[in-house]
Each structure stands twice: as C-alpha cells, then as structure tokens.
Design a protein around this ligand. Structure first.
Ligand code: AMP
Ligand code: MN
Ligand code: MN
Ligand code: MN
Length: 300
C-alpha cells in the first residue's frame, strides 16, 4: 500500500476524501464506488454521504478485499449566517457519541424539509411532488434537492438539472430551505465528540468574498474545526494558492476530495486539481487519522 506523504510537494496523490454513494445522492452503490476507486488506483478514500453513514459498512468490506483504505465519513448540512454550509466529518471510529443522535436529527430534518420543498415545487407546477421525488430517488433513502430537480426535469418543467437548481432549488430559491439544519458549531461539535476530524467542505463554492470566507474559516476554527478542503474537484490554481494562505494563517489542515456523485460527468473518483506545494499540512497528519492512514503516530 502506498504511504501518504507528510507534506504536499505538488505530487499526484491517490486519495479522495469526499465522495457520495446511493446512501445519499450518488449514483454508485457503496460497493461499486470502492471498486471504481480501486480501478483508478486510489489507495485511500472516505465515503461522505450527505448526513448519513449508512453506506460505510458496505464500502469498508469491499475496501478490505480491494486493498483500499476506507475511512468512514459523512457530509453534514448546517447553517452559518443564513447560508447552507457543508462540513465533512472524517470518522476513524465511525459514528459515535453525540454524532449518533445528530445523524438521527439530520434524517428527521431532511424528511420535514422534503415535505416543505414538495409543497413549494407543487406551486411551480410539479404535481405530487413528494411522490415524484421519491420515484427519482429509487429507494427509501432520505430525499435531497437533486431528487426534486430530477422530478422537475422528468415532468418537463425545466430542460435540465442545472436549470432546475438555478430557477427553483439553488441558493435563495423557493426550494432552498435550510431552516431545519443546525448551526455550523453544532455539527462540528458532533464530529469532535465522535473522535473525528471536521473538514469544511468546498469553501470556494459558497459564493463568498475572500473576506467573508475568512470569517467563515475563523468561526469554523473557533468551533473546533481542524481542516478545510483545500482542493474540491477542479478549481482555479490561483484560488487554491490564495485559499492555502488563509489556511496557513489559521493553522488549519488541508483535506481534498472530488465530491464525486455519478459517472459520466467531468469528475471521477480521485479526479481533482493537484494540491500545490504548500506549508499547510495534510489532514491525514492529524493524530486522530494517522493510525487509520498508516502514518507514524505523531509524538504526543
Ligand atoms: P441537499 O443535500 O438536499 O441540500 O442537496 C444538495 C446537493 O444538490 C448537492 O450536494 C449537490 O449534489 C446537488 N446540487 C447542488 N447544486 C447543484 C446544481 N446546480 N446542479 C446539480 N446538482 C446540484
Ligand atoms: Mn450531493
Ligand atoms: Mn457539499
Ligand atoms: Mn458532497
């Protein structure tokens, strides 16, 4: 098994710490996702389905037989200053402590939210919206906005997913209901209580100015958050270097992931912009992750 480097030197890495399966809004089963990772040469991965660890056990079993280290994880929905923010929990011991009740809360929040989203989508012409979204999900997993987006496309109310989000489900639109989600500091506390590492997901995708992003990083750090996704899928190298400076200033660790959801798009497991050479330390050097990732344990 390839060892992970202790610092970023600009080399290609065989690790992806942010991916989805059919346990949330991904297209591949947990098993198929791990197989896709193995066939692409990944040695380390985290399964980070939205607000659940339901796929983790199945992924870990396949990981063992394919020589891929599978780190349990989840991507938690929360709120910060009226924005819907995502926090990835990297969970070497899985869900335990306060996170267990936290995930139950998230599942209920998702259900109540789906009922409200459905009512709003009916107002824009999607009849029996909850049933239609459930059909699109194809299982009894918790519903997400992509299920409503697909239902809008299937009903020919919009031409494609991107339009569905732009008109009805994206930031600030009728279907963007976030009142059910807990505060940023709450979900960070759940991850810490589970013995995990909290990584702020895709900080460049919230449409924030650099200054406001700095405030988000400050609040996340103050809440106990340890890492930030320095690279999420494909992103501008200048923006990456600038973000690295913001992490370095705060002593935050760098995580990275594709945010892969389905094959056939521009992303595959492990595909992302390379991490540039930087003084920011990789998230796997954190003492809570070093054992899982086969690094020498840092001195206490
Ligand atoms: P939810 O977890 O229900 O709040 O839904 C958020 C998910 O919707 C994200 O994780 C993405 O998978 C998906 N999503 C967000 N924006 C878009 C978009 N513009 N086009 C397609 N999918 C999107
Ligand atoms: Mn998603
Ligand atoms: Mn996300
Ligand atoms: Mn994601």
């Amino acid at each position: 098994m390839n060892a992970l480097p202790e610092r970023f030197e600009g080399e290609a890495l065989s690790i992806d710490l942010h991916m989805h399966s059919t346990a949330s809004d991904g297209a591949l089963s947990p098993e198929a996702l791990v197989e896709a990772c193995a066939s692409r040469g990944l040695t380390h991965m985290a399964l980070t389905d939205h607000d659940t660890v339901a796929g983790v056990e199945r992924a870990s079993a396949v990981g063992e037989s394919h020589g891929v280290v599978v780190l349990p994880g989840t991507e938690l929905s929360c709120q910060w200053r009226g924005l819907n923010i995502h926090v990835v929990g990297l969970l070497p011991s899985g869900a335990r402590g306060e996170l267990v009740a936290g995930l139950e809360h998230q599942a209920e929040a998702r259900e109540r939210r789906a009922v409200q989203i459905a009512a709003r989508m009916e107002r824009v012409g999607l009849e029996n919206a909850l049933e239609r979204a459930r059909e699109q999900a194809g299982s009894d997993r918790p519903l997400g906005r992509p299920d409503f987006a697909r239902a809008l496309v299937a009903a020919e109310l919009v031409p494609d997913m991107a339009t569905a989000f732009r008109r009805h489900l994206g930031n600030g639109k009728a279907g963007d209901i976030k009142a059910h989600w807990p505060a940023l500091s709450t979900v960070v506390a759940w991850v810490l209580d589970a013995g995990g590492v909290a990584a702020l997901a895709h900080p460049l995708r919230y449409g924030l100015t650099r200054r406001k992003r700095g405030q988000l990083l400050d609040d996340f750090h103050a809440a106990g958050g340890q890492a930030v996704e320095l690279v999420s899928g494909f992103q501008n190298p200048d923006a990456t270097r600038d973000l690295a400076r913001q992490l370095d200033e705060r002593g935050l660790l760098a995580s990275l992931g594709s945010d892969f959801h389905f094959p056939g798009g521009h992303l595959a497991p492990g595909s992302m912009t390379p991490v540039p050479r930087t003084a920011v330390a990789p998230v796997w050097t954190h003492s809570r992750l070093a054992a899982t990732f086969g690094l020498p344990m840092p001195a206490a």
